[in-house]
Ligand binder design. Structure first.
Ligand code: PLP
Length: 407
């Protein structure tokens, strides 16, 4: 099990602070080995990658490529050529939608789900609306807050181009059967695109075991630096995809009459990349490996189970998403009858310095499907403990008295 006190000591933004940070699904805190590596880059390296024919630039490039290999290992990719560095999970998915749009032999249905984050809906929507070759369809969520498999099977057909879905919902914590969905997509000739933003922070993801075609995620939600996302793609697919952005390093030859793109993954990384963040991300992966992904998962599951148990006892509080005992992401969304989620979040902040998220969580179609205007969300990570959940519960009860929710 994790020793939360010693873990917490690694996080300068939490050490000796009263803040109870329960907004980890939005972004996580950064441990000292990672921030130190960011500073080391600026203090000790400071050069660009690939371009320089001098020792310092070579050292930077080596560290940079080391992170690519480490990222490939972390998700079980066959080769580091399958790892594209981007700005965030959102950009990874936009790159994919743009490339598919320009992939000449593709046309038909793009399936997304009602539980997707806007990041895994809007790139596809933009693509569909700017072309008459693609149609966007939503797979429904059932009343238990899980993907409606019947609806999925009815909508998936031989003219489906891609099935894009979240591994774990960022609102209801629903956990999707990745391998099953990927197999269904492939049986229908569609690409399987997985948004792993809420999965990667808590559990091991093996792209080969799940046989996914693409996986997108963000470093900043898994103890890494901001400004860095990852797009994994099977090498043979990345090879076929046209690059979305033009610029330095993504091209091998560019005469006035002819152009040859660079090989993968550089073809997708136009311009100077986020070098410091990429180099520091290797320390994030070491840190996660040191804690152990299975210990992280157990810890977060324990906190989530406690939150579900305790929050449920508060009269007038309704929890959304899959029930107890079911596999769930490390978050709980809820509403307190008679109290707007924004008012509740502001009250928790002022009563006990508790940070939760309130609103639509960039998932408006899901709220629409569940007939909700907004929800409150508490999300957990390695530095949270059970005492913080007790304080959350006490503060909600107090807020209810102050704000006059249903008794
Ligand atoms: C499921 C999911 N997908 C995508 C994103 C977008 O991540 P980013 O803003 O880092 O691109 C988020 C962020 O909250 C998310 O929860």
């Amino acid at each position: 099990m994790l020793d939360v006190n010693s873990v917490r000591d690694d996080f300068p933004a939490l050490k000796n602070q009263d803040l109870i940070y329960l907004d980890n699904a939005a972004t996580s805190m950064t441990p000292e080995p990672v921030t130190r590596e960011l500073i080391n880059y600026y203090h000790e390296l400071g050069t660009s990658v690939y371009r320089g024919i001098y020792k310092r630039a070579e050292e930077t490039t080596n560290k940079f490529e080391y992170t690519r290999r480490k990222t490939a290992d972390f998700i079980g990719a066959e080769s580091s050529r399958e790892i594209v560095f981007t700005k965030n999970c959102t950009e990874s998915l936009n790159i994919l939608a743009y490339s598919l749009h320009h992939w000449k032999d593709r046309n038909g249905k793009i399936l997304v789900t009602e539980m997707d984050h806007h990041s895994n809906i809007l790139p596809w929507r933009i693509m569909a609306e700017s072309s008459n070759r693609f149609q966007l369809e939503y797979v429904r969520v059932n009343r238990e807050g899980q993907l409606d498999m019947e609806d999925l099977e009815a909508k998936l057909s031989s003219n489906s181009v891609a099935l894009a879905f979240p591994a774990i919902s960022n609102v209801i914590g629903a956990y999707n059967p990745v391998k099953k969905l990927t197999d269904l997509a492939h049986e229908n000739g569609a690409l399987a695109v997985v948004d792993g933003a809420q999965w990667l922070p808590h559990r091991q993801f093996n792209v080969r075991d799940y046989n996914v075609d693409f996986l997108a995620f963000s470093a900043h939600k898994m103890l890494g630096p901001t400004g860095l996302g990852i797009l994994y793609g099977k090498e043979e697919l990345l090879e076929q995809m046209p690059p979305p952005f033009g610029g330095g390093e993504m091209v091998r030859s560019n005469t006035k009459t002819e152009v040859t793109w660079n090989e993968v993954p550089q073809k997708f990384e136009a311009g100077t990349p986020p070098i410091a963040q990429i180099i520091a991300f290797s320390k994030t992966l070491s840190y996660l490996n040191k804690l152990g992904m299975s210990s992280i998962r157990k810890h977060v599951n324990k906190l989530t189970a406690k939150a579900l148990r305790e929050l449920e006892k508060i009269p007038g509080l309704k929890i959304f998403g899959p029930g107890k005992g079911e596999e769930r992401g490390g978050l709980v969304s809820f509403n307190l009858e008679g109290v707007h989620p924004h008012d509740l979040a502001a009250a928790l902040d002022s009563l006990d310095d508790i940070a939760i998220r309130a609103g639509l969580h960039c998932a408006q179609p899901l709220h629409e499907a569940m007939k909700l205007n907004a929800t409150s969300r508490a999300s957990f990570y390695v530095y949270n403990d059970e005492a913080e959940i007790d304080r959350l519960v006490d503060a909600i009860k107090e807020a209810k008295n102050v704000l006059g929710g249903e008794k």
